[in-house]
Ligand binder design. Structure first.
Ligand code: GLN
Length: 532
């Protein structure tokens, strides 16, 4: 069978959840036994979202191969349980960068370099790239932005060309739109959908399926109307009502026959019903928690849910695995002081100090660690959170009052967290952190070892600063154990405090690897500790 290509576009408004629809369809096709990957094409000019403020673009997701990517790749991995890579996320910036570099090399042989065909050719090349290995039966491409945006036009044009260039029946387009309900008129309105489909058709792309996001059921009349005006079969108008959990969406899409429709349209001879046993089991657990556990998440970007997407999802997975609902209380680290920390954190069953960058809010994070350590509250520090737990220990246990991270204070006499050696030479900001998966060796007889149940692990990183090895012996003597280190460089990746119910700091990001079907053990053990 040829590799099949499914394009997903969005219309009417942004934030409709294209990523979730793409991931849900991917899940269903995978559950039918097909090999699936999902990629995202983003219309902005940044080469990748690595340099974007989380308030601009939500979390920056990191893949095994060290790509800084859109957070939708996190959904793809959580739903499919298979790793993505740099090739799964392409931005307009990356496309232009390639084309302009080629032009400088003289690769266009004197031609005028234009959006069509040069930019669109590069887009098409990347759209097909993952298909070359023969590893996948189906490649789903989510086109970021909204149809009609100036920025996404070259992507739509590339799709239009591919519809004709790919073998007959190997390619289809799904368009996701909003069907709003006007409460004053007590009516569901289809006009915005009609207009957005018209816009797509104006660009030469015929959607094969229209998925309608709606708060109310559409009913057969409206489906017929949308089909009539949008030039698709009535059965190809799919309703996507707001779901109680994003993880319910694959089941809802299956009920609407989306996967069946897709295999039929693409001529995939696949008559299997999707095997969703594990997924359903997870959903069942998610729906009937017997307890609630309260976790404080101390961070700098807490006003935007998406800024800590993977951490929040990891708690959903861990909660289901532990039979409880994890209620995450987001606390702005800037607001936490020595005087108010008790008031803010009392009543919490666990405290997580989140990753982050820059000086702002660091002192608040240190106060939160201090509170967790002294009051025996389960504590998990991730990346910057781990670094702040090292600083706290240095200040309050080792007695080095001015101990700090050089990110916070470059003149400290005890730089217990310091810029990594190779980072000292780096001036360029984009893509230059320590990124991607590295091996870490865990010490036997430590909590970390017990949690992972194995000696060698691989976790993903995104940072410039590190635990300063110069002080490792001092910390060890004072009781803070380096329980995980990189076997090649000796960098300390995990610290923990024996005798405390759960006090663990990790330099890496476990949240990137947690999925509903495989909740991350660190989150699971943390939630279990909080339950006690
Ligand atoms: N700012 C810290 C560093 O660069 C931590 C990064 C993070 O939390 N991802 O090392």
């Amino acid at each position: 069978m040829n590799t099949k290509f499914i394009f997903i576009t969005g219309g009417v408004v942004s934030s409709l959840g294209k990523g979730i629809i793409a991931a849900s369809l991917g899940k269903l096709l995978q559950a039918r036994g097909l090999k699936v990957t999902i990629q995202k094409f983003d219309p902005y000019i940044n080469i990748d979202p690595g340099t974007l403020n989380p308030y601009e673009h939500g979390e920056c997701y990191v893949t095994d191969d060290g790509a800084e990517t859109d957070l939708d790749l996190g959904h793809y991995e959580r739903f499919l349980g298979v790793p993505t890579s740099q090739a799964n996320n392409v931005t307009t910036g990356r496309i232009y960068y390639t084309v302009i570099n080629k032009e400088r090399e003289g690769a266009y042989l004197g031609k005028t370099v234009q959006i069509v065909p040069h930019i669109t050719d590069e887009i098409k090349r990347r759209m097909l790239l993952l298909g070359q290995s023969g590893e996948y039966d189906v490649i789903i491409t989510e086109v970021g932005g909204t149809v009609g945006d100036m920025e996404s036009q070259p992507f739509i044009e590339a799709m239009r060309q591919l519809q004709w260039e790919l073998p007959e029946g190997d390619c289809m387009c799904i368009h996701l739109t909003l069907v709003p309900y006007l409460s004053a008129a007590k009516e569901i309105k289809t006009k915005p959908t009609q207009h957005s489909v018209q816009m797509l058709q104006h660009s030469g792309v015929m959607p094969d399926v229209i998925v309608c996001r709606t708060e109310h059921p559409l009913g057969p009349e409206l489906r017929r109307k949308i089909a009539l005006f949008c030039n698709v079969k009535p059965g190809h108008v799919i309703e996507s009502q707001d779901a109680w959990s994003i993880y319910q969406v694959p089941l809802n899409m299956h009920k609407e026959h989306l996967d069946e429709l897709v295999v039929r349209k693409l001529g995939i001879e696949n008559f299997n019903a999707p095997d969703l046993a594990r997924w359903t089991e997870f959903l069942d657990n998610l729906q009937k928690p017997s307890k609630t556990v309260n976790i404080a998440m101390v961070g700098k970007y807490v006003a935007l849910q998406d800024a800590y997407k993977s951490i929040l999802e990891s708690f959903v997975h861990a909660g289901a695995a532990c039979g409880c609902k994890v209620k995450v209380h987001s606390l702005l680290s800037d607001d936490i002081t020595a005087d108010n920390v008790t008031g803010k954190l009392s009543g919490m069953d666990g405290i997580l100090v989140a990753p982050g960058f820059g000086e702002r809010g660091l002192e608040g994070k240190i106060h939160a660690v201090h509170y967790a350590r002294e009051n025996n509250i389960p504590f998990l520090g991730i990346c910057l959170g781990m670094q702040m737990c090292v600083v706290e220990y240095a200040r309050n246990v080792l007695g080095w009052a001015d101990a700090s991270s050089t990110e916070l204070n470059s003149k400290t006499t005890h730089p217990v967290i310091d810029l990594m050696e190779e980072q000292k030479k780096t001036t360029v900001k984009g893509g230059t952190m320590r990124l991607g998966a590295y091996t870490c060796k865990l010490k036997k007889d430590t909590l970390a070892y017990k949690i992972y149940g194995t000696e060698t692990i691989r976790e993903r990183h995104r940072h410039r600063y590190e635990f300063n090895g110069k002080y490792a012996a001092d910390f060890e003597r004072a009781g803070l154990v380096a329980s995980g280190t990189n076997p090649d460089t000796g960098l300390v990746e995990v610290v923990e405090l024996p005798g405390h119910p759960f006090f663990v700091g990790v330099q890496f990001h476990p949240e990137y690897k947690s999925t509903p079907e495989h909740p991350h053990p660190l989150f699971k053990f943390f939630v279990q500790a909080a339950l006690k």
